[in-house]
Design a protein around this ligand. Structure first.
Ligand code: NIG
Ligand code: FE
Length: 398
């Protein structure tokens, strides 16, 4: 049955598909709009005065509507906490020092490896609910805290269970190497873990943390080749602390996205701007770790496809709101509000290999957020409270 949503003060949306450079600012903003939904998809959108008749009408109360936000980068499944690390960091230790002495990501790995699937599901559920309450209708979730392959698979099984409640896109993250036997580990990832994850359809893509304290470019290339050979897409954590060549490799191999980019320089930005690989920036990390902000302004100006994510995780970004990440990208990464909305919708969809969502236009999924206010810019303006009143997933309240 078709439903007509009316009394929309403003409907703001990017065009469908990835937007690069100046096109990221070109939103359509309709005043006094209506939206027709049928079979979970958008059938018509336009001025209320021209709306077609429908068997059911829902009055949205004179509020603004934007596409449901898409969070393209989270580590929402973990056990334990990083509160002691945080205090050590406040006392002067760096994120990399904490990791090098066996804390940081490695401490979350120990806690996560000790948890069973039901416990991981129980811990992740309220985090995903918080992202949803902030306007996120699709959320990527990575593994990466498994000490061994079984623990890694348990994380992905937890995501699979939560897919019954949330629209989640799972990613296998090869995060940090074991302290001994890294060559054997990488071989196992390529020959056992990736084929098994692909066979069991536990992830859509493989991500690697390419960094001095994690994997080097040759190891990353081997993992990417195994991912592709098994039909999985590739994406990357790169240039968080040092630009060691991960971004260039990812662009050359056609990765969906390269994420972080705080330490990217002109060569990395040029590679991203010349590619279809999305440059995903994570302003929560800038805020929490006090790192330089990723050069999103320069990336947009160079013509790159830029997305924004929370990077929700216990160590570098305890940000439980996709809308806050959008709002921080305006303050910290110097995106305009329109660019930030595009970054958190169609461009974030492209970073996940999805083309069916992110824009309120005919044929797209009817995933949308209704704001409390009448002006769409509140989604970029508001800090510390959610400007989102309601979300609709394929045309229905979840
Ligand atoms: O995206 N940089 C590496 N990985 C994560 C952090 C994970 C953690 O600190 O637990 C990130 O920032
Ligand atoms: Fe991350």
């Amino acid at each position: 049955m078709n439903t007509l949503y009316t009394n929309i003060s403003q409907l703001a949306t990017p065009r469908p598909g990835p937007q690069r450079g100046a096109a990221m600012r070109e939103l359509t903003v309709l005043e006094d709009a209506a939206l027709l939904v049928g079979g979970g998809l958008i059938e018509w959108v336009g001025p209320a005065a021209e709306a077609p008749a429908a068997p059911e009408t829902v009055d949205l109360g004179g509020r603004a509507v934007v596409p449901g936000l898409i969070d393209p980068h989270t580590h929402a499944v973990w056990a334990g906490d990083r509160l002691a690390d945080w205090e050590a960091k406040l006392g002067g230790a760096t994120y990399e020092e904490i990791l090098a002495r066996g804390g940081g990501i490695r401490s979350t790995m120990r806690a996560t490896a000790a948890a069973g699937v039901p416990e991981l599901v129980r811990l992740a559920r309220p985090r995903l609910q918080a992202l949803r309450d902030s306007g996120a209708t699709t959320v990527e979730v990575k593994s990466g805290y498994g000490l061994d392959f079984d623990a890694e698979l348990r994380m992905l099984q937890a995501v699979r269970e939560l897919q019954g409640e949330f629209e989640l896109i799972p990613t296998l993250l090869i995060h940090v190497p074991p302290e001994q036997g890294r060559a054997k580990y990488v071989r196992g990832v390529c020959e056992e873990l990736i084929p098994r994850v692909a066979r069991e359809k536990l992830a859509a893509a493989v991500d690697v943390f390419t960094e001095k304290e994690a994997f080097d470019v040759d190891e990353t290339r081997a993992i990417f080749e195994a991912a592709r050979a098994n039909g999985l897409k590739i994406k990357l954590h790169a240039d968080q602390f040092h630009a060691i060549g991960g971004t260039e490799l990812a662009c050359e191999m056609g990765a969906l996205s390269v994420d972080h980019l705080e330490a990217s320089g002109p060569a990395q930005m040029a590679a991203l701007a010349a590619s279809d690989t999305v440059a995903t920036v994570l302003p929560g990390v800038t805020l929490h770790l006090g790192l330089p902000a990723a050069p999103a302004r320069a990336l947009v100006d160079a013509g790159a496809i830029v997305a924004v994510g929370t990077d929700l995780n216990p160590g570098s970004s305890p940000v439980f709101s996709t809308q806050l990440a959008l709002a921080l990208a305006v303050r910290l990464n110097k995106l305009t509000p329109a660019e930030a909305l595009t970054a958190c919708t169609v461009n974030a969809a492209h970073a996940l290999g999805l083309s069916d969502r992110g824009s309120l236009s005919v044929g797209q999924r009817a995933d949308f957020a209704v704001l409390h206010g009448a002006d769409w810019r509140e989604v970029a303006y508001t800090l510390g409270a959610s400007p989102v009143a309601d979300i609709f997933l394929t045309g229905a309240k979840p």
